[in-house]
Design a protein around this ligand. Structure first.
Ligand SMILES: Nc1ncnc2c1ncn2[C@@H]1O[C@H](COP(=O)(O)OP(=O)(O)OP(=O)(O)O)[C@@H](O)[C@H]1O
Length: 315
């Protein structure tokens, strides 16, 4: 007898939706339906891009993704002439007559914004405050007048009308982050800005457990450890859910037990979290202080996850 095993393939990029995420997504979808752009802002790793993509997917329209960058310019957004095609016709049918007809045409390629605007796509503009505010000015005309001006393009028509299905979802990090430009008030004024903060360790544990296929209590032990270190940080630039996912992935790949008293687990946590924690605490020797905090958090974790397996703590 042949036994067919059903293989369940996990979509590791899919968003894990708890009640709060579901609520946020359905509210945001309503705002988009009403014609307002949605802007998710918050600390790094809080899940803004994942949310933006999940929201875009719900609109069931093609998605165009643009990443903010200080070098992004109007040619990237609107389009540019990318080269030439030339056509030459030589007519020498009658030997004494030589006719030559030559024409050269420039080739135009639509930029990503123009393509999205013309065809009614959902545009996800990730980290838009990393682009220069002057580049982002173009969104003022799109959002206010419903047109995309084609300035600086040698095109004969001055603008393109925005397709009624077009919608934009922006994401950004707060202004105090490095490499981020201050956004013009006029643009912010036209967006519905929702602050997306780190989830609490229970919600993070749910994401880690479902995404990485591990026991909820083990996931909770790791997200609590990361959340405890995040609390030690000044501002909101501490380690995020991303760090918890990294720790779990490496414990799985390297066969390291999820055990705060195990030296290889402690080493892994120091490698993954050390630098980030050292950057956000204010002491004379930040690296040493960060290491100490991580080891303490690992020890406290023992109580959370239960001490399974042998300890080979060298401390
Ligand atoms: N609800 C969720 N379900 C599944 N994975 C999630 C969820 N929230 C966050 N993640 C995961 O956490 C990590 C960080 O998320 P994401 O990249 O969306 O954060 P971000 O806020 O956009 O970060 P940054 O500001 O650094 O770009 C990613 O690996 C993402 O897959």
């Amino acid at each position: 007898m042949t036994v067919l095993k059903k293989q369940i393939k996990k979509d590791t990029k899919a968003i894990i939706q708890d009640e709060k995420t579901e609520d946020l997504l359905s509210r945001s979808l309503q705002y988009l339906k009403a014609g307002y752009p949605v802007h998710f802002t918050g600390p790094s790793g809080a899940g803004k891009t994942s949310l933006a993509l999940a929201l875009a997917k719900r609109r069931k329209k093609p998605i165009m993704l643009i990443h903010g960058n200080h070098e992004l310019n109007n040619k990237d957004l609107i389009g540019d002439f990318t080269g030439y095609t030339s056509k030459k016709v030589v007519d020498n049918y009658i030997r004494s007559v030589y006719k030559r007809d030559e024409s050269v045409t420039e080739i135009w390629k639509d930029g990503r914004l123009l393509e999205a605007v013309k065809n009614g796509y959902t545009l996800v503009y990730d980290e838009f405050t990393r682009s220069q505010p002057s580049t982002n000015n173009i969104f003022l005309s799109i959002l206010e007048e419903g047109i995309l001006p084609l300035y600086g393009t040698k095109m004969t028509e001055p603008f393109v009308g925005v397709h009624p299905d077009f919608a934009v979802i922006f994401t950004s990090n707060p202004e105090e982050y490095a490499g981020v430009y201050q956004t013009q008030d006029a643009l912010l004024d036209r967006l519905i800005t929702i602050f997306v903060d780190h989830k609490d360790s229970d919600r993070e544990a749910q994401v880690v457990s479902e995404k990485m296929d591990i026991d909820k209590s083990e996931a909770k032990a790791i997200t609590s450890l990361v959340a405890a270190l995040r609390k030690e940080c000044e501002g909101d630039n501490g380690p995020s859910l991303r760090a918890s996912l990294m720790i779990v992935k490496l414990t799985q790949e390297e066969g390291i037990p999820i055990d705060g008293s195990h030296s290889s687990f402690q080493r892994l946590c120091i490698d993954i979290l050390g630098h980030q924690v050292s950057r956000c605490i204010d002491t004379d020797e930040p690296l040493k202080a960060a290491e100490k905090l991580i080891l303490e958090a690992c020890k406290n974790m023992k109580a959370t996850s239960g001490d399974k397996g042998e300890s080979d703590n060298e401390q």
